[in-house]
Design a protein around this ligand. Structure first.
Ligand code: ADP
Length: 596
C-alpha cells in the first residue's frame, strides 16, 4: 500500500513540475506529507490485532497532532463500554467530569441515556507502557478539564461510538487539525469494528470448540457403543466402546476410516441386520432395543447386543431427509445370562416345588375332615350334656382354623407354582393346547359362578349378547384366562362394586370383556401390563398379592389361539380387559417379543 501511494504521488509530482509554479509545489509537498502520514497511520491500524493495539495506534496518531491528558473511547455494543486511556495521572474529579461530558456528547448523537456512575465503575483503564511514560516530567495529576474534543466513530454511516479527547489546558484542540483527527477517528472506528467482529467470531468459535470437546468426552466415556453414519449409511465415526464391542465380536475395523457395515459383514447375520436397520432408519422415528445375537449360537450365553437406531436430523431442516443415522450398541449378555438362569430356575425348580404340594394338600384335607368329624361328635355330646365349656373355643376348633389357613395358603402356593410352570412352557414355546368344541357362554357362566362364590363384596353380572357361542379352543386354558381376569377384577377393586362380564359376537370371532370399578391402570402402565413379572409399583398396589405372571401367560394362551388380548381404562374408574377368540383355531406361532 505504501509503495503504491508513493508511485502515485511521484506521478502527480512530475505532472506538477510540468505545469505549476513554486507555491503550488509547496502545497503539493504538504499534501504528499499528509498522505504519507495517513498512510503510515493506516498501516498501524490495519496491523492492529486486538482493541489494545488499536488504542495504541490511535494514541500514537493523535499525539502527533496534540498533547492531551486523556483519550476516551465509548463503544455502543449490546452494553456500552468505556475505555479511558490516560496520558498523565487523572484525579477522580477529572474522571468524573470526563465521563459526564462523554454522557452528554452521547445524548447529542442520540445514544440511549447512560448512567454515569455505572460507566465509571465499569470503565476499562488502558494505559500502554509507552504512553504512561510519555509525560513523566510533567506528571502532575489533572484536576479540571480545560478542553474537550468529541468525534463520532463512524463505520459506513453508522455511529458505533465516540472518541473523546480531554486536556486540562484550555484551547488544546486546534480546529485546523480537525480534518486529520476525523480521518484518524474513521480509521480507528473501522479497526475497532473489525476487532469487535473478530472477538465475536472467536468467542463463538471457542464456545463451539468447547461444546465439541465436551461432546467428544461424553461419547468417549459412554459405556454404550456409538456409531454415526452419513446420509448414505457409511459409518463415519464410532466411539471407544463401539470399537471394543466390534473387537469382542472379532470384527476387524480400522479406527479412523469410514466404512459400510455391509462391506465388513461377510457372513455375520447381525452385521447385515444392523446395516439394514441403518438403511431403513430414515423411514422410522427410532428403532429401540433390538436384541441381536452376535456371538456363537453354540456358546452357552452368546454375546448379545441391544441395538437402537435413530435418524439424525439437522436441527435447521428437520423436515428433510436425515443427515445420517446414530446407532447405539449395548452389551446385554449379562442380562441374558441372568434371564437364562431365571428361566432355568423357573423350569427346573417349579417342578421340584410342585412335587410336595399334592401330599401337603391331601394330608391337610384329611386332618381337616378328621377334626371336623371330631368337632361334630363333640357338639352332639355337648348338646346332650349341656357342657360347661359354653362360649369358649375348644383347642380342636382352633386347630381347624389353623389348618384352613394352611389349606388356603397351599392353594395360593399351588397357583403360583402353576403360573411359574406355565411361564416356563411359554418361554420354551411348549405351551400345548388341547382343542375341544365347547360353549363359551357356558364356560363364562361357570367362571362367574365360582368367582362370585369367592367374593361377597362384589356383584358380578354376566351379559351374553349372542345366542350361540360355540368355539373350538382349549377349554381349560380359556377358563384360566377368564379366571385370571376375574380374579384381578376382584383383587384390584378393594372396595367392591360391580364387575360386568360381556360376551358378544364380532366378525372375527367372540369377544369377552371384563369391566371393573377398581383402581384402574395409568396410561404409562397400559403398555407394560402384559409383560412377564410386571406389576404396577405404587403404594396402593403393594397390598395386592401376585407376581405379575397371570396376564403374561393369558396373553400367550390367547396369542396361540390366534386371538387378541388387551386393556383400556374406564372413565372415571376401573379397567376393562378383553380378549377375542376366533371361531376356529388359527395356528399362529407363539411370539416372544424380540425387544428387550
Ligand atoms: P398379578 O395380579 O399376579 O400381579 P397379573 O399379570 O395378573 O399379575 O397382572 C399384572 C399387573 O397388572 C398387576 O400387578 C396389576 O398391577 C395390574 N392389573 C391387572 N389387572 C388389573 C385390574 N383389573 N385393575 C387394575 N390393575 C390391574
Amino acid at each position: 500500500m505504501e509503495s503504491r501511494t508513493q508511485v502515485e504521488l511521484q506521478v502527480t509530482d512530475n505532472a506538477y513540475h510540468a505545469s505549476y509554479g513554486q507555491s503550488d509545489h509547496l502545497k503539493l509537498e504538504k499534501v504528499r506529507q499528509e498522505m504519507e502520514y495517513i498512510n503510515t497511520i493506516g498501516k498501524r491500524f490495519v496491523a492492529a490485532i486486538d482493541r489494545f493495539h488499536v488504542h495504541r495506534a490511535l494514541l500514537f496518531a493523535l499525539q502527533d497532532l496534540y498533547s492531551f491528558s486523556a483519550c476516551c473511547i465509548l463503544l455502543f455494543d449490546e452494553t456500552p463500554q468505556l475505555f479511558i486511556i490516560p496520558c498523565q495521572p487523572l484525579s477522580a474529579s477529572f474522571i468524573q467530569e470526563m465521563v459526564q461530558r462523554i454522557v452528554s456528547a452521547a445524548q447529542v448523537v442520540d445514544f440511549p441515556p447512560l448512567d454515569i456512575q455505572h460507566l465509571i465503575a465499569t470503565a476499562y483503564m488502558d494505559a500502554p507502557d509507552e504512553v504512561a511514560q510519555y509525560r513523566t516530567q510533567e506528571a502532575m495529576e489533572c484536576t479540571e478539564v480545560g478542553s474537550v474534543l468529541n468525534i463520532p466513530l463512524t463505520v459506513e454511516n453508522r455511529i458505533i461510538g465516540l472518541l473523546c479527547l480531554f486536556d486540562e489546558l484550555v484551547g488544546t484542540f486546534d480546529s485546523e487539525m480537525l480534518r486529520l483527527t476525523t480521518m484518524i477517528a474513521d480509521y480507528a472506528a473501522v479497526a475497532l469494528d473489525n476487532v469487535r467482529l473478530r472477538e465475536r467470531e472467536n468467542a463463538l468459535w471457542r464456545r463451539a470448540e468447547l461444546e465439541r470437546q465436551r461432546l467428544e468426552l461424553i461419547l468417549r466415556s459412554m459405556a454404550e457403543g456409538l456409531l454415526i453414519t452419513d446420509e448414505k449409511g457409511m459409518v463415519i465415526s464410532l466411539n471407544q466402546s463401539a470399537w471394543q464391542l466390534f473387537n469382542l465380536a472379532r470384527v476387524d475395523i480400522a479406527r479412523n476410516q469410514s466404512f459400510y457395515l455391509a462391506d465388513i459383514a461377510e457372513d455375520r447375520a447381525w452385521l447385515l441386520h444392523l446395516s439394514q436397520m441403518i438403511e431403513w432408519a430414515p423411514n422410522w422415528q427410532t428403532n429401540t432395543n433390538h436384541a441381536s445375537t452376535v456371538g456363537d449360537k453354540d456358546d452357552i450365553v452368546p454375546l448379545t447386543l441391544s441395538v437402537s437406531v435413530a435418524p439424525l436430523h439437522d436441527a435447521s431442516q428437520s423436515t428433510h431427509r436425515p443427515t445420517g443415522v446414530v446407532a447405539v450398541l449395548n452389551d446385554v449378555t449379562s442380562n441374558k445370562q441372568v434371564e437364562r438362569l431365571k428361566d432355568e430356575f423357573v423350569s427346573v425348580d417349579s417342578h421340584e416345588l410342585r412335587t410336595p404340594l399334592p401330599s401337603i394338600k391331601s394330608y391337610t384335607l384329611n386332618l381337616i375332615r378328621r377334626i371336623e368329624r371330631r368337632l361334630r361328635k363333640a357338639h352332639v355330646a355337648q348338646e346332650t350334656q349341656s357342657a360347661s365349656m359354653d362360649g369358649q373355643e375348644s383347642p380342636e376348633s382352633y386347630d381347624l382354623h389353623t389348618l384352613r389357613i394352611i389349606q388356603s395358603q397351599t392353594d395360593h402356593l399351588e397357583r403360583l407354582v402353576n403360573d411359574l410352570l406355565d411361564l416356563s412352557q411359554v418361554q420354551s414355546g411348549q405351551l400345548i393346547l388341547h382343542y375341544d368344541t365347547f360353549n363359551l357362554a357356558e364356560l363364562l357362566a361357570n367362571c362367574v359362578h365360582s368367582a362370585q362364590a369367592g367374593s361377597e363384596q362384589h356383584t358380578i353380572l354376566l351379559d351374553i349378547q349372542t345366542p350361540e357361542s360355540a368355539v373350538i379352543a382349549d377349554r381349560e386354558r380359556i377358563a384360566q384366562v377368564i379366571g385370571n381376569m376375574l380374579d384381578n377384577a376382584i383383587k384390584y377393586s378393594p372396595h367392591g362394586g360391580q364387575v360386568i362380564v360381556n360376551l358378544e359376537r364380532t366378525e372375527e370371532g367372540y369377544r369377552v370383556t371384563i369391566k371393573d370399578e377398581g383402581i384402574g391402570i395409568t396410561p404409562e402402565q397400559l403398555d407394560h401390563i402384559f409383560e412377564r413379572f410386571y406389576r404396577v409399583r405404587n403404594t396402593t398396589s403393594r397390598q395386592y398379592a401376585g407376581v405379575g405372571l397371570g396376564l403374561y401367560v393369558s396373553k400367550a394362551i390367547i396369542d396361540s389361539h390366534g386371538g387378541t388380548i388387551g386393556v383400556f381404562n374406564n372413565s372415571p374408574i376401573g379397567a376393562t380387559f378383553y380378549f377375542t377368540l376366533p371361531f376356529k383355531p388359527v395356528s399362529k406361532p407363539l411370539q416372544l417379543s424380540e425387544s428387550l
